[in-house]
Design a protein around this ligand. Structure first.
Ligand SMILES: Cc1cc2nc3c(=O)[nH]c(=O)nc-3n(C[C@H](O)[C@H](O)[C@H](O)COP(=O)(O)O)c2cc1C
Length: 196
């Protein structure tokens, strides 16, 4: 495969598209689109999000010590893009986006009702990277849409229909076809026990 060198940059994908919900000290809710989000530990379950230090979201998160991460389904591409263009400093994004908020169970920050997967986090750490702050959130609860479960409790990814962000080329995509099951299909797909 012939390749081009892109140099040190941020072209790397896929990334999830999420909405981070936070509150300021007065309880006003803000929503911000974030794709630099991922699971970083299983025990304790921990998620990391990288935020520019000037985001209203970062200020809120420092003030209250909690946040929620709400997975964006492909049907909410317009709302997600809007929450990634406007700042809570001058726009009431929950009101203008038309999204609905509902109470979380373990933190004071609300969830986005239209999101099929919501994660409640408490801030447990922070690492400074230039203008960015890598914030670590311990996962206290996860809410997954009932529509994703079959009678045996297995989850079907189609119910989540995650909006995928291609960082560096700024495009939104949705998922394609299922190609296998991790671990189980490692044996079938590769003929040995190295699947991981
Ligand atoms: C698809 C997408 C993903 C984004 N991901 C991030 C991110 O991970 N971290 C970040 O600091 N800003 C990210 N942004 C930019 C913020 O969403 C944007 O600056 C927003 O206006 C900040 O809102 P706030 O000031 O209300 O917190 C993203 C924007 C888009 C459109």
């Amino acid at each position: 495969m012939k390749k081009r060198q892109l140099g040190p940059c941020i072209t790397f994908f896929p990334q999830p598209t999420t909405l981070i919900a936070t509150c300021n000290a007065a309880g006003d809710v803000n929503l911000m689109t974030a794709s630099w989000v991922g699971i970083v530990s299983k025990t304790p379950p921990t998620l990391a999000v990288a935020l520019h230090q000037q985001r209203q979201t970062y200020e809120n998160l420092l003030a209250t010590g909690c946040f929620t991460v709400n997975l964006v389904p492909a049907s909410l591409v317009v709302e997600a893009d809007f929450c990634g263009l406007k700042s809570g400093r001058d726009t009431d994004k929950p009101a203008s986006s038309g999204l609905t908020l509902e109470p979380a169970t373990k933190v004071a920050t609300p969830l986005v009702a239209e999101s099929p997967l919501n994660v409640e986090c408490r801030v447990v750490g922070e690492h400074h990277l230039g203008d960015y702050r890598l914030v670590l959130g311990e996962i206290l609860e996860i809410h997954a849409t009932d529509a994703a479960f079959d009678a045996e409790g297995r989850m079907d990814a189609r119910a989540f229909d995650p909006l995928v962000y291609l960082g560096g080329i700024r495009e939104y995509w949705s998922l394609g076809e299922k190609r296998g099951d991790a671990y189980r299909d490692g044996i079938r797909l590769f003929g040995d026990k190295t699947g991981q």
